[in-house]
Design a protein around this ligand. Structure first.
Ligand SMILES: CC(=O)[C@@H](O)[C@H](O)COP(=O)(O)O
Ligand SMILES: NCC(=O)COP(=O)(O)O
Length: 259
């Protein structure tokens, strides 16, 4: 199982103070030294964390491949084509969201994505599509010619947190998941099953299957067991753990669970 470390959250800390520290570029060599396989960054339209300069210096200096997540907005796509990361992962974006809320509607945006796929191919940039575990989205991703899909694990992670952590007793409790434990348990089984069958289906079609969003040192264990998933992209929980054990150790601890 490959690990892509999402280092956006280092830039989140920097932007909270609006200064130049911590610098996500410093994480680049540590990701490799810890033994992880990829760096993931998300260049948001509003540049709320990673900015163009970060993306440029990370791509130029990383000794592991860089997976650049981005929306299908034309200004962003032009920027990504010029940056030439190893892979571009297309994701949906809403200005007001705290984090990526759902998967990309590949069916609805198929024509735009076919055009983007052609332009990325010309620059030798791999294409991945960040989608919900859903067969219609997988079929459309395959038809577009994406090499990868990344399954959105956010729903699974949210249910897991409401069931097995104190989230439901905190001010960040997820209202729509304030349900009795038995219902949450059934929902967790369903969400896990959706991820399993989607990974299997996409793998049969020849797509490479990644997964990510909201994965942490607890909930990752069930996802690691899905053998068709060959890569996880994990950010927030690793950066959060770094506060207590250091960045390199936090990456190594996650790798220990993956391998
Ligand atoms: C697409 C995705 O799952 C990650 O990029 C995640 O969204 C981290 O970025 P944000 O914190 O900007 O949402
Ligand atoms: N694509 C998922 C990702 O990059 C990391 O998401 P998160 O672990 O920060 O939720």
């Amino acid at each position: 199982m490959l690990l892509g470390v999402n280092i956006d959250h280092i830039a989140v800390l920097r932007e909270a103070r609006k200064i130049n520290d911590p610098d996500p570029l410093e994480a680049v060599s540590l990701v490799k030294r810890a033994g992880a396989d990829q760096i993931t960054i998300h260049l948001r339209e509003d540049r709320r964390h990673i900015n163009d300069e970060d993306a440029k210096s990370i791509i130029e200096n990383a000794h592991v491949p860089v997976n650049l997540e981005c929306s299908i907005n034309e200004e962003i796509i032009e920027t990504v084509l010029a940056l030439r990361p190893h892979r571009a992962t297309l994701v949906p974006e809403k200005r007001e969201e705290v984090t990526t809320e759902g998967g990309l509607n590949v069916v609805k945006n198929k024509a735009v994505m076919i055009d983007i796929a052609k332009r990325l191919k010309k620059e030798h940039i791999e294409l991945s599509l960040f989608i919900d575990p859903n067969s219609a989205m997988i079929d459309a991703s395959h038809e577009i010619g994406a090499q990868w899909i990344e399954l959105h694990t956010g729903l699974y992670a949210n249910i897991y947190a409401m069931l097995y952590s104190n989230l439901s007793r905190s001010r960040h409790s997820i209202q729509e998941l304030e349900l009795d434990r038995e219902t949450l348990h059934v929902k967790l089984i369903e969400a896990t099953h959706e991820l399993e069958i989607s990974a299997k289906y996409a793998h049969q079609l020849g797509l490479r299957v990644a997964a990510g969003h909201g994965l942490n040192y607890h909930n990752v264990k069930r996802i690691v067991q899905i053998k068709e998933i060959c890569e996880l992209n994990i950010g927030q929980s690793i950066i959060a753990r770094s506060v207590f054990v250091g960045f390199e150790n936090a990456v190594k601890e996650m790798l220990g669970l993956l391998r």
